[in-house]
Design a protein around this ligand. Structure first.
Ligand SMILES: Nc1ncnc2c1ncn2[C@@H]1O[C@H](COP(=O)(O)OP(=O)(O)OP(=O)(O)O)[C@@H](O)[C@H]1O
Ligand SMILES: O=P(O)(O)OC[C@H]1O[C@H](OP(=O)(O)OP(=O)(O)O)[C@H](O)[C@@H]1O
Length: 205
């Protein structure tokens, strides 16, 4: 019985394959896949998708397991088991902007790819804000006057620094996570659990 594993394309992909390699899994077919999105190995049927879609495939049972950034879980709240943190994809979610005091005669405006995370953060503080949803290059928004500040991922801080922005408040830190479909975990437990346990091994070293 093969495990169907959904991996996040893009930034997490290389880090994830490196990690699996450290655990002695044969990742060569996954590295040599070219533009193919679906690859079978002896043990796995692996497919590659955008983070939010990884969560959707796992929630719907198309994938048994997924590797996804915790930002996606916080934002989209998929109905999956959030099994364990992985030692890669380490980032911060932060409120950032131009380093000046805010003096506003209108509502504070925040640009973000993550409206739920931003809404929850300001609700917790009891602050009322207007949210502007963007799909990328979020750092542009305060520079061009679309928003006062941003809620976004910070990893090295380079993007903020090179655009003259600073972190004003850290919202949370997070990593990549292993997630599981609820019924797969019951039905395919005997094959899934040994793999999940091995995923935790390097993390525990
Ligand atoms: N700067 C970063 N450093 C490390 N990990 C990041 C960074 N930005 C995002 N991530 C993590 O990697 C995951 C995938 O991000 P990535 O930028 O590859 O895809 P995306 O957010 O779907 O954007 P794109 O539309 O550019 O593909 C994110 O969900 C997050 O968990
Ligand atoms: O702190 P750093 O190491 O500079 O990384 C942070 C940047 O990386 C991500 O953007 P990405 O490159 O995915 O671009 P996008 O948001 O335009 O998709 C994130 O949204 C920040 O802009």
């Amino acid at each position: 019985m093969k495990i169907c594993l959904a991996l996040t394309k893009g930034r997490l992909e290389t880090q994830c394959l490196d990690y699996l390699k450290q655990l002695s899994f044969d990742v060569d077919p996954l590295i040599e896949k070219g533009r193919r999105l679906c690859v079978e190995t002896d043990q796995f049927k692996v497919f590659f998708a955008k983070g939010v879609d990884v969560a959707t495939y796992v929630e719907n049972g198309i994938a048994d397991l997924g590797i996804v950034g915790e930002d996606i879980l916080m934002e989209y709240q998929p109905d999956v088991y959030n099994l364990l943190p992985l030692p890669f994809g380490k980032c911060r979610m932060a409120l950032a902007g131009i380093p000046k005091e805010k003096e506003l005669n209108r509502k504070y405006r925040i640009a973000t790819k993550y409206p739920k995370i931003a809404r929850d953060f300001f609700q917790e503080k009891g602050e009322s804000v207007d949210l502007v949803k963007l799909e990328g290059s979020v750092e542009l928004a305060p520079l061009l006057g679309l928003a006062d500040d941003i809620v976004d991922i910070v990893e090295t801080g380079t993007t903020l620094k090179e655009n003259g922005l600073v972190v004003k408040e850290e919202i949370t830190t997070f990593t990549a996570r292993c997630i599981a479909n609820r019924s797969s975990l019951k039905v395919k437990r005997s094959v899934i659990m040994p793999f999940v346990e091995s995923l935790g091994k390097v993390a525990a070293l």
